[in-house]
Design a binder for this molecule. Structure first.
Ligand SMILES: Cc1ncc(COP(=O)(O)O)c(C=O)c1O
Length: 421
């Protein structure tokens, strides 16, 4: 049975105090999650006992390091319902999306082609496509929102019907609204109306919070960041359908040692081993090991239970924060769909009708509560909805309702300072 109080014992940072003696209330997990001892110790153990470069060594320690690398890749891919060969290790989601642009887009797109993204995307899933359009002459079309909370699927259908769509890139869970997008529905629309199009799912905010299976989702690319799912910073991944890799539809975009087959002075060929082909240079084995241990940790907690824990926090925060005078919680009223999947996860963001988001965050911080304010790298969403900035409380497996109570209580100080009490 999932118990966040027991989970918390694994996270040493949660014992920290801030501003001299206030217990830390960390509600900024959508920006980055904290790391359990299991992950921290796995990284230390790698450096203490297995440090050596992979593949290229002929000695025993290099063998051990290679084994750690291979096993870790296997574990991470399995956690996401993919084959290890389909996993390309990157530094984060941003690098993974750039990888698709350079390794796939630069070779597959031409003037007249259309890339579709949405108005609720993180900048990483928008700016990269703007740049790809500049390089290839393709056109970017952006699907808007309904009720400042969900994607306008009628508009998506219209865009798909207009033709020439070669890529649809969208987020699974919005990092600002918390909206869980209907992946199945969107993918089936794309397959029906634009069968030549590829689909990229930005799973940065879904992998940490819900069970997920690359092949069941039926997408072509899936991108994620380790640091948002209890793993170290600086490691993430890109899943690419194996058939696309075998057909060389996705080409290497980083070149150098480790990924080659034959190198001559003026020419080179690249490894046919899919795991090597997209790994140029010395990989960060320790972080990949940390990510694998984070996957094991989450799998042991059970991702369905993780999701329901997260949803209960979203529901609780939504309800409590909605009662605070002058505060408007943005996004959908939390609910489960017919399959028992939450319509929102991960975070609750809000705006105050008098107090600026940054002032809110600063006062909450003075009470020990860490939240984020600004546009959360979703400036187009903020512009479309007319928000100058929002304040976001976000959760992970170690977050509790008691922490949300502290957040709500901290509003007493906000209201006192701004004269509502
Ligand atoms: C939905 C979404 N996509 C992409 C990113 C970018 O992730 P990273 O900074 O780890 O590359 C984030 C980070 O907040 C995100 O929330």
């Amino acid at each position: 049975m999932f118990d966040s109080k027991t989970v918390r014992e694994d996270f040493p940072i949660l014992n920290e105090t801030v501003h001299q003696s206030l217990p830390l209330v960390y509600l900024d997990s959508a920006a980055t999650s904290q790391k359990p001892n299991q992950v921290i110790e796995a990284i230390t153990e790698y450096y203490q006992h297995n440090t050596a470069n992979v593949h290229r060594g002929v000695h025993k320690l290099s063998d051990r390091s290679t084994q750690v690398w291979d096993d870790s890749r296997e574990t991470i891919a399995q956690f996401l319902g993919a084959a290890a060969e389909e996993l390309i290790i990157t530094r984060n989601t941003t690098e993974a999306i750039n990888g698709v642009a350079y390794g796939w887009g630069d070779h597959q797109l031409k003037a007249g082609d259309v890339i579709v993204s949405t108005a609720m995307e993180h900048h990483a899933n928008l700016v990269v496509w703007q740049e790809l359009c500049k390089r290839t002459g393709a056109t970017l079309k952006v699907v808007g929102l309904k009720n400042e909370s969900i994607l306008n699927l009628t508009q998506l259908e219209e865009i798909l019907e207009q033709g020439s769509v070669k890529l649809v890139a969208f987020g699974h869970v919005s990092n600002t609204l918390g909206t869980v997008n209907p992946v199945k529905k969107i993918v089936s629309l794309v397959r029906k109306l634009a069968p030549e199009s590829r689909v990229l799912l930005d799973a940065a905010q879904s992998v940490p919070h819900m069970p997920l299976n690359f092949h069941a989702l039926n997408v072509d690319f899936l991108v994620f960041s380790g640091h948002k799912m209890l793993a170290p910073m600086g490691v993430g991944g890109l899943l690419v359908r194996k058939s696309m890799l075998l057909a060389n539809e996705m080409q290497p975009w980083l070149f150098g040692g480790g990924m080659i087959n034959q190198v001559h002075e003026l020419d080179a060929t690249y490894s046919d081993d899919l795991a090597d082909r997209y790994t140029a240079g010395t990989p960060d084995v320790a972080s990949v090991r940390g990510l694998a241990v984070a996957c094991e940790y989450l799998a042991k907690l059970n991702m369905t239970e993780v999701m329901m824990h997260d949803f209960s926090l979203v529901q609780y925060a939504y309800e409590k924060l909605s009662k605070i005078p002058g505060l408007t919680v943005i996004g959908l009223q939390p609910a489960l769909d017919e399959d028992g999947i939450p319509n929102r996860l991960g975070s609750v963001a809000f705006v105050h009708d008098e107090v600026h988001a940054h002032d809110l965050a600063q006062i909450l911080d003075s009470e020990g509560v860490a939240v984020r304010s600004g546009n959360h790298c979703t400036m187009p969403l903020h512009i479309a909805c007319g928000w100058q900035a929002t304040t976001r409380a976000s959760f992970n497996v170690y977050s509790t309702k008691e922490e949300i109570d502290v957040l709500v209580k901290a509003f007493d100080k906000v209201l006192k300072i701004f004269g509502r009490n």
